[in-house]
Design a protein around this ligand. Structure first.
Ligand code: 5AD
Ligand code: SF4
Length: 443
C-alpha cells in the first residue's frame, strides 16, 4: 500500500471509552496515513469519520447511535464522506449498525484493525463489515509511522482480551480471549517510542497483569519479567500498567513494586464490591478479605503506593447490607483514586438476566459511594503537601511560566517552571492541594 499523491484526505477519529481505545485510535490513524489520510480535529472538514466505540456500559453505545444520527447532515452535504464504526460496539453489533444507520460504510471490530486500509479502499463502493478474531498480531501489521515526534507519555498495548467472565462484563465477548504480544515486539516498540521523545509508558491490557507473552529467550514471560526488561531501556524513565485483576497479582509483580525504580507507585486494582455474596454472584473468584490481604502485601513492598479502584453499585440482588460492606472495604483500603459506576445490564452477559435493583436506590448508593471516595481521594492528595515527589512535565499551565505534569503517584502538579520543557523530569516539593491538582516548587 504505497503513499498516495495529491492533497491529503482528512480523517477525524472520535474515541470513546478506555485507554486501549486511545492507543487503537493512534494505530488506526497511522494505518490510514498509508492511504493518504491526515488526522484533523473536527468532523466538519473530514473526508472520513471513524467512531472508535465502547460497549462497557449502556450509555456509551446509545451515544454512538445518537452521534451517528447527528452525522447524517454531513453525509447528505458530502456524499463521498466515508463513515466507519470501530471498537467494541462494532464488535458486538456488527452488520446491525449498518441496518440501523445505512449511511455507515464500514464496521470493524478491534481484532481486525490491520485490515482497515483495504476496508477503507472498498468503502463507498460497498459496505464492509469485519468482526473476525484472526490469529495474528494486528499491531505488527499496524506499524507505527517512523520518525514523528511524540509527547512525553504514551500507551502501549501488551495484552488484549479477558478469560475471567465477570458476570457483568462484555469484554470477554467483545475483545475475545486473552492474548499477549511477544515481549521482543513490545520492547522494540518501547525503544522506538523513547527515541521519539516518550519518557513514560503505560502498558495496557484488559487484564494486563495476566500478561504471559513469549520471551526472547523462548520462555513464557510474566508482566513483572516484561517490566524488568523495559526498565533496562535507556531514556525510559517511568513505567505504569493498567488494568489488573486481583487474582493475577503474582509475587514477582508485587516485589517489582518494591525493587523496580522505574515502576511508579500507583496501582489500579479494581475490586467492584466489598460484599462476598455479591463478589460470588459477580464471578470475581476472590473475597473482600483476600483483596484486603493482597493490598497489605503490596503496601509492604511499596509503602507509599497509591491504590486506585473500580466499583459497581446496584449489581443484581445487592442489598443495603451488601452495599455497606463495599463502603467498609473502601474505608479499610483508603483509595487515592477510583472510578465508580451504576450497574448497567449488558445483553448476553449472565447478570443481565437477573432481578435488577431499583434504579433510584442504585442512584442513591452511587452518590453515597462517590461522596466517600471523593473524601478519601482528597485526603490522600492533601497528605502529599510537604512531600517531595518526581514530576514529569507534560505541557504549559494556565498562567505564564507555569508548567503542569504528573507526579509519581499520577497527581497533576502545577509549578512555576522557568526554562522547563515538556519531557523534563524534576524533584518537586508539594506546597498546596486544590480539588483536582497539586501545586509544587521545583527543588
Ligand atoms: N455495568 C457497570 N459497570 C461496569 N463495568 C464493567 N462492566 C460494567 C457494567 N455492566 C466497570 C467495572 C470495570 C470498569 C472498566 O467498568 O467496574 O472494572
Ligand atoms: Fe471484565 Fe475485567 Fe472481569 Fe475481565 S476481569 S471480565 S475485563 S471486569
Amino acid at each position: 500500500m504505497g503513499e498516495q499523491t495529491g492533497d491529503p484526505k482528512k480523517l477525524y477519529i472520535r474515541t470513546y471509552g478506555c485507554q486501549m481505545n486511545v492507543y487503537d485510535s493512534e494505530r488506526m490513524a497511522e494505518a490510514l496515513g498509508g492511504n493518504g489520510y491526515v488526522e484533523v480535529a473536527s468532523a466538519d472538514e473530514a473526508d472520513m469519520i471513524l467512531l472508535n466505540t465502547c460497549h462497557i456500559r449502556e450509555k456509551a453505545a446509545e451515544k454512538v447511535y445518537s452521534d451517528l444520527g447527528r452525522l447524517k447532515g454531513l453525509k447528505a452535504a458530502k456524499p463521498d464522506l466515508k463513515i466507519g464504526v470501530a471498537g467494541c460496539v462494532a464488535q458486538a453489533e456488527g452488520a446491525e449498525i449498518i441496518a440501523r444507520q445505512p449511511m455507515v460504510d464500514l464496521v470493524v471490530g478491534p481484532q481486525s484493525y490491520h485490515r482497515l486500509p483495504e476496508m477503507e479502499r472498498a468503502a463507498g463502493t460497498t459496505k464492509v463489515v469485519d468482526t473476525d478474531f484472526p490469529e495474528e498480531d494486528k499491531f505488527e501489521r499496524l506499524k507505527r509511522r517512523p520518525k514523528a515526534q511524540r509527547g512525553p507519555t504514551a500507551f502501549l498495548t501488551v495484552q488484549e482480551g479477558c478469560d475471567k467472565f465477570c458476570a457483568f462484563c462484555v469484554v470477554p465477548y467483545t475483545r475475545g480471549a486473552e492474548v499477549s504480544r511477544p515481549a521482543a515486539r513490545i520492547i522494540d516498540e518501547a525503544r522506538d517510542l523513547v527515541e521519539r521523545g516518550v519518557r513514560e509508558i503505560t502498558l495496557l491490557g484488559q487484564n494486563v497483569n495476566a500478561y504471559h507473552g513469549a520471551g526472547p529467550d523462548g520462555g513464557d514471560w510474566s508482566l513483572a519479567r516484561l517490566i524488568r526488561a523495559l526498565s533496562d531501556v535507556d531514556g525510559l524513565e517511568r513505567i505504569r500498567f493498567t488494568t489488573s485483576h486481583p487474582n493475577d497479582m503474582d509475587d514477582d509483580l508485587i516485589a517489582a513494586h518494591g525493587d523496580c525504580a522505574k515502576l511508579m507507585p500507583y496501582l489500579h486494582l479494581p475490586v467492584q464490591s466489598g460484599s462476598d455474596r455479591i463478589l460470588k454472584r459477580m464471578n470475581r473468584q476472590h473475597t473482600a478479605e483476600s483483596y484486603l490481604r493482597l493490598i497489605e502485601r503490596i503496601r509492604t513492598a511499596r509503602p507509599d503506593i497509591l491504590i486506585s479502584g473500580d466499583f459497581i453499585v446496584g449489581f443484581p440482588e445487592e442489598t443495603e447490607a451488601d452495599f455497606r460492606d463495599t463502603l467498609a472495604l473502601i474505608e479499610a483500603v483508603n483509595y487515592g483514586h477510583a472510578f465508580s459506576f451504576k450497574y448497567s445490564p449488558r445483553p448476553g452477559t449472565p447478570a443481565a438476566e437477573r432481578a435488577q435493583v431499583d434504579p433510584a436506590e442504585a442512584d442513591a448508593r452511587l452518590q453515597r459511594l462517590q461522596a466517600l471516595l471523593t473524601r478519601q481521594q482528597r485526603a490522600v492528595q492533601d497528605a502529599m503537601i510537604g512531600r517531595e515527589v518526581g514530576v514529569l512535565f507534560e505541557k504549559a499551565g494556565r498562567e505564564t511560566g507555569q508548567m503542569v505534569g504528573k507526579s509519581d503517584h499520577l497527581h497533576s502538579v502545577f509549578c512555576e517552571a522557568p526554562g522547563i520543557v515538556p519531557g523534563d523530569m524534576r524533584r518537586v516539593r508539594i506546597v498546596s492541594s486544590a480539588p483536582n491538582s497539586l501545586a509544587g516548587e521545583i527543588l
